[in-house]
Ligand binder design. Sequence first.
Ligand code: PLP
Length: 385
Amino acid sequence: MPEDADYGFSTRAIRAGQHFDPTTGAVVPPIYQTSTFVQDGIGGLREGYEYARSGNPTRDSLQVLLASLEQAEHGIAFASGLAAEDALLRAALQPGDHLILGNDVYGGTHRLLHRLHVPAGVEVTTVEMSDSDAVRAAVRPSTRMVWVETPSNPLMKITDIATLAAIGHEAGAIVVVDNTFASPALQRPLALGADVVVHSTTKYIGGHSDVLGGAVLTSDDELAEKIRFIQFAAGAVLAPFEAWLTVRGIKTLAVRMDRHSSNALAIAEHFADHPAIERVYYPGLASHPGHEIAAAQMSAFGGMISVALAGGEAAARTFAESTELFQLAESLGGVESLIGYPSEMTHASVRGTPLEVAPNIVRLSVGIEEVGDLIADLETALPRS
Ligand code: PLP
């Protein structure tokens, strides 16, 4: 039986870290819904398990699975994407350290940095990550981390991960990629030279809008050790049922991402020249400025699209509130299509900062429904000229 690493992605998505139950033969490993573990005499731990904050077999199975998919040595799962990000920032940065942040990232990441880590002494510069010269110019002697989303949220900007990794490493910094939008099914940042991947597993990895979670993946042993300590000591751990649901979701990740991507491409192409739409932001369109880099570092372009409405804010608000199949909600990455108005939803916390999102932008999380139904739904909701 080959090691997990010898199997292809879709096989690992189903098998890595999943040990079938030797007692009953259950094909799906049970949920270890327990807070503590019996000891064989004081300190006599079975398989190292003591208490569910320090370790739980269901969480471990997810951590091994995620590490396998991102080609990392270590996977560390948290109660949310932001809890994962916070643990990474606390593990890697000291007061006085400098971080270079992409100018189009999830609003909550910006809020976490500016409301919690900047007051604790971390310095942050926000730059256009697709511009290598701008990133180089932002480097300081104290730069310790470079943080990017690609594709970014919500403007789908693309950054060349290998180039960014080279710039970051030259500066002596750790390069972090938030891979939430692409998922490891479409893009593996560690293989391209990044040091750390973070995920909101709430999104494509869970895939069904029924679970909140996050993870850090890295092959840096020392950093992983520090993050594991924070996971244990601060306790923002992923609960067993959440871990089990996430493992279940991952089994279909590859097929879901195929369908998300083909649906999104069809929608982006359909609306690219629509009179009510000023611009479609989707890296799968040849007109997208990052298209060639995306085509080189991703195996497909994912399910996220943003559109700028020609009719401005009023048209964008009406559009976001008029679809049927695309439900108006925060979040993304589930099998069901969602529509969002970033400037007042996901990115409300960055109003007045360089990350502010224009009021005519609407974001689509394209699900895996029939694409003809999705196109008809969007057509009906768009203003008529
Ligand atoms: N990163 C990205 C790209 C996100 O979109 C989100 C949430 O929307 C997060 C991180 C934060 O994850 P969570 O909501 O699971 O804390």
